[in-house]
Ligand binder design. Structure first.
Ligand SMILES: Nc1ncnc2c1ncn2[C@@H]1O[C@H](COP(=O)(O)OP(=O)(O)OP(=O)(O)O)[C@@H](O)[C@H]1O
Length: 719
C-alpha cells in the first residue's frame, strides 16, 4: 500500500444516558481521545482489584451532539467527494442497541432526527441541481446480509426481475472492485423517490425477536448510492462513477449476553462470525506487511472488499453505550475502532472514457485538422492535395508510366486516375530536394518539356511523397523556397512593413470605434427600456386618474398629480437624450463602415504585394523576371490560367530559357529549364528550317495540282 493513502477516519458516538459512567469513560478535551478504566473479570471468582486503563485516539468524539453535527463531521465531505467520482463508505459498528441504526437512518418520526442516509440523499440531489455543468444519474441499491445470505431489500419494487437462480453473488470486477450480481439498481431522479426506496427497504428488513432488544436488527445492511457524472461538453469524453456505501452493521454483542436460543442464537453466531472476520480483515489491512487479506471468508467482508482497503474514503462510527454495565462491550468496540484507524486506503477518482463520445470528439478533431491542413495547403500552393492512400492499381499505373518516362520510351504521362473529391485544379509547382513535383489535375496531359534535360530527367530522384493519385512530373529545379506562412512573416517585417503598420493602425481605430458603437448600443437599449417602463407607468397613472374622475383646470386641461408630472418631465428628458445618442450611434456606425473598408483595403494590398514579392523572390529567376517586368513580352495575368502550353523563347546573351508555364488558379508557377544556348539554338534553327522547307514544298505541289486555293498550315499562319 502506498504511503500517499489516507487513514480510515474513525469517530466514537455515545448513546445519550442519564447514568454516564464518568469514572470509567473519560473524553479528553482534545475531542479525539477516549480513556477507559475498569476493574477486570470479577465474574470467574477471581477477585481482581487492579484497575486497567486504555487510551484510544480517534478522529473525533461525538458526545451529546445532534444528528446534524454527526452528519457534518462524518459524512458531508465523503458525500461531496462521491459526487466527484471517489467511492465512499460510512459504517456504523457497535453493540446491539448502541445507536447504529439511529446514526445511519435516524428516527423516522422526526425530521430533525433523520440520520446519515436521508441527509446524504438530500445533499446529493442538492448538489446535482447546483452543478449545472454536469449531468448526473443516481441509482440506489439496498443489500442485506442475513445469516450469510444476500438479500435484495428492494426486490419488492415493481418491475425488478428476480436474480438469476434466485441467489445474489458477490463478484470481483476487473480493477479490484466488487459488485453484487443480481442486486437490483433503481434510477432515482429526486430526493423523494430516493427516500421512498429507503423506507421500502427498511420495511423489508428482517427484524428478529431478540431478548436484548425487541427491535434489534439481526443483519448487516448496505444502502448504496451509485452516482455517474458526465461533463456537458462534447470535448470531454470521460465520465466518473462512484459508489457511496452506507453500512449499518448488525450488533456486536457477545453470545453469552444475548441469552437467546434456537433461531436467534444461530443469528448471533453468524453475526459474531462475520464481525470477527471483519475484524480479521481489518487487522490484516492495518498490518502493511501482510499481503493477503481474508476478504472472502464472509459475505460481509467480501461485499465490503473495495470499501475497506480499496480506493475509497472510509469512515467508521463506533457506537457505544455510556453506562458502566456495558463497559466490556464498549471496550471491545473501541479496540475495533482503534484498529480500523490504522487501515490505509487510497482514494482515487473512478474515471472512464465513453467510447461513443470519444469517437465523436476524435471525428470532430479530424475534421478540424483537415480544415487546418487545407488552409495550410492553400498557403503552400498545394491546391487539391489529397491524403488518401493510393489504390494498388493506381500505384501500378503510375509506376509503369514513370518507369517508361524515365526510360525515355514515353514522352508524355497521361493522368487517367481521377482523384475522388478532388477539384480539377491547375498544376501546382512544389519543390523538394532540387526537383519540382508537378501535381496536375485529373485527366490532364503532361508533356515532357522539349529540352535536352531529358537525360537528366532519367536520373531524377523519385520523390517518395505522394499527395494525390495524379501525375508526378520530375524535372530539375531550383532551391526550395520557404513556406508562404514563414515568408509572409518576413515580408511583414521588411518589404511590407509600412503597409502592415498602416493596417495595424487602421485595425486599432476600427476596434476603438467598434467599442464605442457597442457602448452606444447598450446606452440606447437601456434608455429604450426606461422609456417603455416610464410610458407604462404613465399609462397606469392616466387610467387611475380617469377611473377615479379627474380634476380639470380652468382651461379644461386635466390637473396632474406631482408624481405623474415628474414622470412626464423625466420621460421628456430621456427621450431627448435618446435622440442625441441615436444620432451619435448613426455617425459611429458610418465611421465603423469606413474604417472596416480601410482595413479590408490594406489587408488586400498587403496580401497582393506579398504574392508578387513571393513569386518574384522565390519562384522566378532574374532572367525570367525580366520578361515579366513591365514592358516585357509577357506579364503575369496574360498567361492563360487553364492551360500549360506556352513556350517562350527569349535568348539573352548566352542563355536560352524554355519556360513551361503551368496554370495555377490564383498564383502562377513558372518552371524553367536552363539549356545550353548554342546547342538549343542549333536544334531550334534546324527544326524550323526543316519545317519551313517542307511546307514550301507542299505549297509548290498544290499549285502544280491546281489546288493552291486550299489552305495549308503555312497559309493559315501567314493569314
Ligand atoms: N444518539 C441517540 N439519541 C437518541 N436516541 C438514540 C440515540 N442512539 C440510539 N438511540 C435510541 O436507542 C434505541 C436503539 O438504537 P438503535 O436501534 O439505533 O441501535 P442499534 O445499534 O442499531 O441496534 P441493533 O444493533 O440492534 O440494530 C433506539 O430507540 C434509538 O432511537
Amino acid at each position: 500500500m502506498s504511503a500517499h493513502g489516507s487513514e480510515v477516519k474513525v469517530y466514537v458516538r455515545t448513546k445519550p444516558t442519564a447514568c454516564f459512567a464518568q469514572e470509567l469513560i473519560e473524553y479528553v478535551p482534545d475531542k479525539q481521545t477516549v480513556n477507559v478504566r475498569y476493574r477486570r473479570d470479577t465474574k470467574k471468582g477471581v477477585v481482581n482489584n487492579q484497575m486497567s486503563s486504555w487510551s484510544f485516539r480517534l478522529s473525533g468524539v461525538l458526545h451529546n451532539v445532534s444528528q446534524e453535527e454527526v452528519y457534518q463531521s462524518v459524512a458531508h465531505s465523503v458525500v461531496l467527494r462521491a459526487l466527484e467520482g471517489y467511492n465512499g463508505t460510512i459504517m456504523c459498528f457497535g453493540q446491539t442497541g448502541a445507536g447504529k441504526t439511529y446514526t445511519m437512518t435516524g428516527a423516522t418520526e422526526s425530521y430533525r432526527q433523520r440520520g446519515i442516509i436521508p441527509r446524504a440523499i438530500q445533499e446529493v440531489f442538492r448538489e446535482v441541481e447546483q452543478r449545472v455543468d454536469h449531468t448526473f444519474s443516481v441509482h440506489l441499491s439496498f443489500l442485506e446480509i442475513y445469516n450469510e445470505t444476500l438479500v435484495d431489500l428492494l426486490a419488492s419494487i415493481k418491475g425488478v426481475r428476480a436474480a438469476q437462480g434466485g441467489a445474489l453473488v458477490v463478484v470481483e470486477e476487473p480493477g479490484g472492485g466488487v459488485s453484487v450480481k443480481g442486486l437490483s439498481l433503481h434510477l432515482v431522479h429526486n430526493e423523494e423517490e430516493a427516500l421512498n426506496l429507503l423506507f421500502e427497504g427498511e420495511m423489508n428488513r428482517i427484524i428478529g425477536e431478540h431478548a436484548l432488544n425487541k427491535n434489534s436488527s439481526r443483519s448487516h445492511c448496505i444502502f448504496t448510492i451509485h452516482i455517474e457524472s458526465r461533463s456537458r461538453t462534447l470535448s470531454n469524453a470521460s465520465y466518473v462513477t462512484s459508489k457511496l456505501n452506507l453500512v449499518d452493521l448488525a450488533g456486536s454483542e457477545r453470545l453469552s449476553k444475548t441469552g437467546s436460543e434456537g433461531q436467534v442464537q444461530r443469528e448471533a453466531l453468524y453475526i459474531n462470525r462475520s464481525l470477527s472476520f471483519l475484524e480479521q480483515a481489518i487487522i490484516a489491512l492495518a498490518d502493511r506487511r501482510r499481503e493477503h487479506v481474508p476478504f472472502r471468508q464472509s459475505k460481509l467482508t467480501h461485499a465490503l472488499k473495495d470499501s475497506l482497503g480499496g480506493n475509497c474514503n472510509t469512515v467508521l462510527v463506533a457506537n457505544i453505550y455510556g453506562e458502566a454495565a456495558q463497559i466490556e462491550e464498549t471496550l471491545s468496540t473501541l479496540r475495533f475502532a482503534a484498529r480500523m484507524k490504522r487501515v490505509h486506503t487510497e482514494p482515487s477518482v473512478n474515471e472512464h472514457v465513453d467510447p461513443a463520445l470519444q469517437i465523436r470528439r476524435l471525428q470532430k478533431e479530424v475534421q478540424l485538422l483537415k480544415q487546418e491542413l487545407s488552409i495550410h495547403d492553400t498557403l503552400a500552393n498545394r491546391v487539391g492535395a489529397m491524403y488518401e492512400n493510393l489504390s494498388e492499381s493506381q500505384v501500378e499505373e503510375i509506376n509503369s508510366q514513370v518507369q517508361k518516362y524515365l526510360a525515355g520510351t514515353l514522352d508524355e504521362i497521361t493522368v487517367s486516375i481521377i482523384a475522388i473529391g478532388q477539384e480539377p485544379a491547375g498544376a501546382v509547382g512544389e519543390v523538394e530536394g532540387g526537383f519540382g513535383l508537378g501535381v496536375a489535375a485529373p485527366s490532364q496531359r503532361h508533356t515532357r518539356p522539349p529540352s535536352p534535360s531529358k537525360s537528366k530527367g532519367k536520373k531524377g530522384k523519385e520523390n517518395n511523397r505522394h499527395l494525390c493519385p495524379v501525375l508526378i512530373l520530375l524535372f530539375p529545379f531550383g532551391s526550395t523556397p520557404p513556406s508562404k506562412i514563414e515568408a509572409f512573416e518576413d515580408f511583414k517585417m521588411e518589404r511590407g512593413s509600412e503597409i502592415n503598420r498602416i493596417l495595424k493602425e487602421n485595425k486599432a481605430v476600427l476596434l476603438e470605434r467598434l467599442d464605442q458603437l457597442h457602448k452606444l448600443t447598450q446606452a440606447i437599449n437601456s434608455m429604450k427600456w426606461d422609456i417603455d417602463h416610464m410610458s407604462s407607468e404613465l399609462q397606469l397613472h392616466k387610467e387611475k386618474r380617469q377611473s377615479q374622475g379627474q380634476f380639470l383646470s380652468a382651461e379644461g386641461e386635466p390637473v396632474l398629480e406631482e408624481a405623474e408630472l415628474s414622470l412626464i418631465m423625466s420621460l421628456r428628458e430621456i427621450k431627448d437624450r435618446y435622440r442625441q445618442t441615436y444620432e451619435e450611434l448613426l455617425s459611429t456606425k458610418a465611421e465603423v463602415r469606413y474604417c472596416q473598408h480601410l482595413v479590408d483595403q490594406c489587408r488586400t494590398r498587403l496580401l497582393t504585394e506579398f504574392e508578387s514579392w513571393y513569386n518574384e523572390s522565390f519562384l522566378l529567376p532574374d532572367e525570367v523576371q525580366d520578361i515579366f517586368r513591365e514592358g516585357g513580352p509577357i506579364r503575369p495575368g496574360l498567361v492563360p490560367l487553364d492551360k500549360a502550353l506556352t513556350l517562350i523563347i527569349s535568348p539573352p546573351d548566352d542563355c536560352m530559357y524554355i519556360i513551361f508555364v503551368e496554370a495555377v488558379l490564383h498564383s502562377r508557377t513558372v518552371h524553367h529549364h536552363p539549356v545550353s544556348a548554342k546547342a538549343s539554338c542549333w536544334s531550334f534553327a534546324v527544326m524550323w528550317g526543316f519545317c519551313f522547307a517542307f511546307l514550301i514544298n507542299i505549297q509548290a505541289v498544290l499549285s502544280f495540282l491546281g489546288l493552291s486555293d486550299l489552305q495549308t498550315p503555312l497559309t493559315a499562319i501567314s493569314k
